[in-house]
Design a protein around this ligand. Structure first.
Ligand SMILES: Cc1ncc(COP(=O)(O)O)c(C=O)c1O
Length: 424
């Protein structure tokens, strides 16, 4: 059957072992095609219950005594997230703070673990917060920040950093390489193991940002020999706007590393309130401060669903869903002048694809305002479209693409003006 036949998507839904999960999320408008789960995931119904129960059964009645059992929740929640989505054993992951803070912490810890080395490397297509934080670190510690120009298609295809792209920049002055597992704009996915091994061979460390990968693919952090990784929980993790992020530090290097913000939660004998900082053993030595309990409960419900569903099945659905998008793109959108900026190889992408058009911004506004399809726009000319494996059906994706084809073909998108929001 051809992908352009709606029955094709219906058949995929009928055979989808994860199909029943969509009804476990709040879908208030069944006509809406929500293709932006790579930016903010839908709300799991279980989260509403969990937060309500936390307030009525714990915070309300227990007040401060609750801290007795809340105090260490960042660790078991990290273990849950690691088992559900990271392919990582216990004692290496914390759910805490924001991706930006965790990124800063682990990058500086890595740099300081390689004294004398003065070079740090990232790529031009990396997410802005990572680039800005590195710029600040380089300035403060007088380091040389090398930025690979992977937005130039002569240097990289679809912004994808491969060992071949990285090789010319590596030498024994490099302390840190930091990359996204999946590029936020193009959706390109790097080979974590090959790059981690390559950088280890020259004595450097890699900090991976897995924000666009976690909950869409199996990261296999332990098997891939990853040392350091961070990510968020609000995209495919479905844990809510501003939900706490996570950090992963392999047991191999926990002893060796010291994060710059020495908060009291990392203090070995925390409640002795002693005069001098002495780092706790294990992953708690990387925690700054009080856990955000309500955020953590949101992470627990959402990642329990991913654990139950199985991350390998999640990855298969991301691959099939993006494959269907690419087939629909070939049939409907390519003839209309739209370009594909994502690999056709499912091993080189995750749950989203990127389409390029000179009027991408206006098309995205029109999709929301006219067609009840939610994509997002990324400057300068990209439309990002995702399948969030637990919360999106194949038919929802198919309908979204059909509506987009109609909007572009008819030129109806040209009637809309600005989106009216600072957020795209
Ligand atoms: C790859 C990546 N890194 C970092 C961030 C920033 O996350 P936060 O605002 O939680 O620090 C984002 C946000 O979307 C992101 O996509």
């Amino acid at each position: 059957m051809n992908a352009t036949d709606r029955e094709y998507a219906q058949e995929l839904d009928r055979n989808d072992p994860l199909a029943h999960y969509k009804s476990q999320f709040v879908v208030s408008d069944p006509d809406m095609c929500y293709l932006d789960g790579n930016s903010l995931g839908r709300l799991p119904k279980a989260t509403i219950t969990a937060i309500n129960e936390f307030m009525t059964r714990e915070w309300g009645p227990e007040v401060v005594t609750g801290w007795g059992h809340w105090v260490d929740e960042a660790q078991p929640t990290g273990d849950l997230l690691a088992a559900a989505a990271l392919g990582a054993g216990p004692g290496q992951t914390l759910v805490c703070d924001t991706t930006s803070v965790n990124f800063y912490q682990l990058c500086l810890a890595a740099i300081h673990a390689r004294p004398g080395r003065k070079t740090i490397i990232t790529d031009a297509a990396n997410f802005p917060t990572d680039r800005y934080i590195l710029e600040g670190i380089a300035k403060q510690f007088k380091l040389n920040l090398l930025i690979i120009n992977n937005e130039d298609s002569a240097i990289a295809t679809h912004e994808r950093i491969t060992p071949e792209v990285l090789a010319p920049y590596l030498n024994d002055d490099v302390a840190l390489v930091t990359l996204e597992v999946i590029q936020y704009r193009s959706g390109a996915r790097s080979d974590m193991k090959a790059i981690t091994d390559q950088v280890r061979a020259i004595g450097g460390l890699v900090v991976w940002d897995a924000s666009h990968a976690v909950g869409a693919i199996n990261l296999n952090l332990d098997a891939n020999g990853v040392d350091l990784c961070v990510g968020c929980t609000y995209k495919y993790g479905n844990s809510g706007p501003g939900s706490p992020a996570w950090l992963y530090v392999s047991t191999r290097i926990q002893q060796e590393l010291q994060v710059p913000i020495q908060g009291w939660f990392a203090q070995g004998a925390q409640f002795e309130m002693g005069p001098v900082f002495e780092k706790a053993d294990g992953i708690r030595g990387f925690q700054i401060a009080s856990p955000s309990l309500m955020g953590i409960r949101c992470v627990q419900t959402a990642f329990s669903m991913i654990k139950e569903a199985g991350i390998d099945l999640v990855e298969v659905k991301a691959g099939l869903g993006t494959q269907m998008m690419i087939e629909l793109y070939d049939a409907w959108l390519k003839p209309l002048g739209v370009e594909l900026n994502t690999s056709r190889n499912p091993k080189e992408r995750g749950g989203h694809i990127s389409l390029v058009h000179p009027d991408a911004s206006q098309i995205c506004v029109a999709l929301r305002q006219i067609a009840n399809v939610i994509p997002d726009y990324r400057t300068p000319n990209s439309i990002r479209l995702a399948i969030s494996p637990l919360a999106t059906s194949y038919v929802e994706v198919w309908d979204g693409f059909a509506r987009m084809r109609d909007l572009i073909e008819s030129g109806a998108y040209k009637t809309v003006k600005e989106g009216g929001s600072r957020v795209t």
